[in-house]
Design a protein around this ligand. Structure first.
Ligand code: GTP
Ligand code: MG
Length: 202
């Protein structure tokens, strides 16, 4: 029998709609970012092997606050679910408020060590992703790219997408690695769990 990584024992800590509601800025934190509906909340549930820890939805723009989850046995180690960017149907005012909230977190958070950028593997490097990547330029944070919903692509599409992605990655040195992932089929889950455990020093 092959060895399987244990899920991350995550528990919900708090939902912050403004920066004064962020939990104490200490310890070690990894944040998940990506376009609205890319699969961030679903990925958190997959990491924890839970169904409803992070709210998921078919409706883009569901996660509207910054949601903090910490390890059950160590509150100082956190995974953070950021609201998705680029939800076209949201009002300009809402989109600006979300962008301000996300940037206030990304720019000031001392505990934040790494970003995991989620892209729907069927639509990688969309304009909104490029805008986000340019916002990240000044942050000096390593970005780990996760290409999710891999279950939606056949082998040939996967290979073609990986070629495009590796070319694009060359333009963004902040992206330090990439991983093919599917929450539905648990593709890449083991690798991602191991990577996050290393980063969080679990
Ligand atoms: N087939 C498939 N569907 C997925 C996968 N991951 C997420 N989804 C679906 O994609 C939709 C959006 O997922 P969410 O996890 O809510 O996306 P999100 O990035 O958190 O969205 P926002 O909170 O709006 O930013 C849901 O219908 C999920 O079931 C996957 O690996 N495979
Ligand atoms: Mg979400």
């Amino acid at each position: 029998m092959s060895y399987k990584s244990k899920p991350l024992p995550l528990t919900f800590a708090c939902a912050a709609t403004e920066s004064k509601l962020f939990p104490h800025d200490s310890g070690n934190e990894i944040a998940l970012c990506g376009r609205s509906n890319s699969g961030k909340s679903t990925l958190i549930n997959a990491l924890a092997n839970q169904k409803k820890l992070a709210k998921t939805s078919n409706t883009p723009g569901r996660t509207q606050s910054i949601n903090f989850f910490h390890l059950e046995n160590d509150e100082a180690k956190k995974i953070v679910d950021l609201p998705g960017f680029g939800y076209a149907k949201a009002s300009k005012q809402d989109q600006n408020a979300w962008a301000r909230l996300i940037m206030s977190y990304l720019e000031k958070r001392a505990a934040l060590s790494d970003l995991i950028l989620i892209m729907d593997m069927r639509h990688p490097f969309q304009n909104k992703d490029l805008e986000f990547l340019s916002l990240c330029n000044s942050l000096n944070l390593p970005i780990h790219l996760v290409l999710t919903k891999a279950d939606k692509l056949n082998n040939k599409e996967t290979q073609n997408t990986l070629k495009v992605v590796s070319e694009k990655m060359a333009d963004y040195p902040a992206i330090v690695d990439s991983l093919v992932f599917s929450a539905t089929k648990k593709i890449g889950l083991e690798t991602l769990l191991n990577k996050i455990k290393l980063l969080l020093e679990v």
